[in-house]
Design a protein around this ligand. Structure first.
Ligand SMILES: CC(C)(COP(=O)(O)OP(=O)(O)OC[C@H]1O[C@@H](n2cnc3c(N)ncnc32)[C@H](O)[C@@H]1OP(=O)(O)O)[C@@H](O)C(=O)NCCC(=O)NCCS
Length: 196
C-alpha cells in the first residue's frame, strides 16, 4: 500500500524508491556526517542494497492499519536528483508507536529541505494514511534535527530512559509527539501542493 505515493512540495518530490536509486542512495548513506546520530551508522554498498531491497519489499506489505516501514526518497524537483530520505515506521523499541524520520546528503543541509520533506510526510501520515499520532526521537546533541522536529510543530514530552540492553542505542534520546488533534489545530495547508 502507498506504493504509488507521489508528493510534490515547493522544491521537492517525495516518492517510493526503485532499485535504480541504489547508487545515489548509497552516496548519501555512506557519508559519516549524515549517519553520525543514527543507529544504523555508515553503510557499505552491500548494506545499502540489502536495506533498499527490504524497503521496496515493505511497500507491498504496508497497510493503513500496520506500517512495516514506509521510507521514500527525497528528490529535487528541478533536476530529479535524490538528495535524501524520509519516512514513517514503527519505533524499534515500541512498535505500537509510528516515528517520522529523515536525512539529507550533507551538501543540501541548511536550505530548509528537511523541514519541507518532513512536513509533507507528516501530512501524508495524518491525512492519507490516517495515523492518530506520530512521534519523533532524536539524540539531544542533534540540534539541526531537533529544530526540524520543532518546526513540524511536534511537542517535547520526555527523555527516553530505562530501555532494555538491546535498545540501549536509544537511551537518553528526546521523545516528541503530535496527535492528530494537535496536528489539526496547528495545520497550515499551504505546504502541500499535491497529495496522491
Ligand atoms: C537533520 C537534517 C535532516 C536537517 O536538514 P536541513 O535540511 O539542514 O534542515 P532544515 O534546513 O530544514 O532546518 C534545520 C534547522 O536547524 C538549524 N540548525 C542547523 N544546524 C544547527 C545546529 N548545529 N544547532 C542549532 N540549530 C541548527 C537551522 O538553522 C534550521 O533552523 P531555522 O530554519 O530555524 O534556521 C540534516 O542535518 C541531516 O540529514 N542530518 C543527518 C541525519 C539526521 O540526523 N537525521 C535526523 C535523525 S533524528
Amino acid at each position: 500500500m502507498f506504493e504509488n505515493m507521489y508528493l510534490e512540495t515547493e522544491r521537492l518530490v517525495l516518492r517510493p524508491y526503485t532499485m535504480d536509486d541504489l547508487f545515489e542512495l548509497h552516496k548519501i548513506v555512506s557519508q559519516k556526517e549524515v549517519m553520525k546520530y543514527l543507529p544504523e551508522k555508515v553503510m557499505t554498498q552491500k548494506q545499502t542494497e540489502k536495506t533498499l531491497t527490504w524497503i521496496i519489499d515493505c511497500y507491498k506489505e504496508n497497510t493503513q492499519k500496520k506500517i512495516k516501514k514506509f521510507s521514500v526518497g527525497v528528490f529535487l524537483k528541478e533536476n530529479k536528483k535524490l538528495i535524501g530520505w524520509c519516512g514513517l515506521g514503527p519505533l524499534e523499541f515500541d512498535p505500537s508507536e509510528i516515528e517520522i524520520y529523515y536525512g539529507l546528503s550533507k551538501s543540501y543541509w541548511g536550505k530548509g529541505f528537511a523541514t519541507e520533506a518532513a512536513r509533507a510526510i507528516l501530512d501524508y501520515g495524518f491525512l492519507i494514511i490516517g495515523l492518530k499520532k506520530i512521534i519523533a526521537i532524536v539524540m539531544p546533541q542533534n540540534n539541526a534535527s531537533k529544530r526540524v522536529i520543532e518546526k513540524m510543530g511536534m511537542v517535547y514530552r520526555k527523555q527516553i530512559e530505562n530501555l532494555p540492553a538491546k535498545h540501549k542505542a536509544y537511551e537518553g534520546d528526546l521523545y516528541f509527539s503530535l496527535t492528530r488533534d494537535e496536528y489539526d489545530s496547528i495545520k497550515e495547508k499551504k505546504h502541500i501542493a499535491n497529495l496522491d
